[in-house]
Write a protein that binds this ligand. Sequence first.
Ligand code: SF4
Ligand code: SF4
Length: 424
Amino acid sequence: MSISTINATTPHLLGPWRRRCQWLITLIVLALPWFTVGGQSPLRLDFATLSLHLFGQTLRIEELYLILFFSLTLALVFLLGTLALGRVWCGWLCPQTTLNDLAEWLGRCLSVQIDGRRVTGAAWRQFLRQCAYLLLSLLVAMNLLWYFIEPQRFLKALASGTLAPVAFLALAICTLVIYFDLALIRRLMCKEFCPYGRIQTALADNATLTLHRPAAEAPRCIECGACVRCCPMDIDIRLGYQIECINCGRCLDACRQVMAQRREPGLIRYTFGTEDLGWRALLNPKILLLTAALLTLMTIFVVAVVRRQEATVKVALSHTAPSRLLPDGRRVTFFSVWVNNRLAVEKEFELAAIHVATGSAINLRGVPSPIRIAGGKNLPLEVALVTASGATADAIEFVLTTDGRKLATANAEIAKELPQAHGH
Ligand code: SF4
Ligand code: SF4
């Protein structure tokens, strides 16, 4: 771009785009628990049923391998994003940064100056700021819990005073931790404590997107210090790349604004690597290998989720009702059966029992027909298996069907030693 064409009053700034990204992510995080996909939250970990609701799919604890696959996929997305874009996540998308920006904005609205660790302003204004932080912390904590308890149920229970003590305790602890973070820790978290920042330092290489003032631009610098004053991490970008930099782009905007007054372009810019290798630097073996691994993992995960069984059945001899011989010689064996509907919607099932040796159906009592189970729910049943007098086959197969389709089976055995029953 020719220096003479620079408009002195309207430099192209990244700040508005960064704020749009932050608002978008905040709205998504706030609104997501309120939506439903297939009757369930798009993303919720339900401790009561030990299952993860994931965009219309319900993954139960028995399908832990799928949850691990999902976590691994997310970890690879982060690794790849960090390798290619550095700490762009920290500066543009991370909730911690957004909360800090919001906390500083609240301070400015109340005429309280926050400069690093130093906070100045009238006592009553500082008190109001603390109240605002507490309210914000409560909202964030509630939003966090909505990923474990449906927001409608949560708010109703909170309003009526019937919120479970453990949920109430979690709400109180989360609120206090977030308040402590906003009131005292703030950017120190990104500088010193956040493990992601440490990982990023280890991952960055000469192709990672970074923000700096190229050495060739140094002679044009007027040493105004605007890039340092605006930095939330107290970095002097003129000294070169520093690991605390969260790639937020504030210094870039500040420099562009200063230099626009002189009808010159800014000195600070994003480049792939400090050597400005261009976007082709991303086509390096490390990134290509990680991309291939991510795509493979995502494909396996999606195929495994889509093709998994719609329902499962588990069977065990009943602990509460001992099996016995009826006076007419027939055998009654009691089983505990668990049928799990893995679909997101309610479904009707049929359960039957078959002698493995003969292939003939056996009389099964106590089973509703059809068995109606809500999406993602597990239904326990106590059933009785009545076998004819003199029956010899002990191996039984329980068969779960829907619409005439066989979905799942479970094997069981009739108890061999049976006491004589005294009644019917
Ligand atoms: S804002 Fe730009 S011109 Fe001013 S000190 Fe920083 S790099 Fe130099
Ligand atoms: S150096 Fe620039 S990009 Fe890095 S944290 Fe400071 S203002 Fe943001």
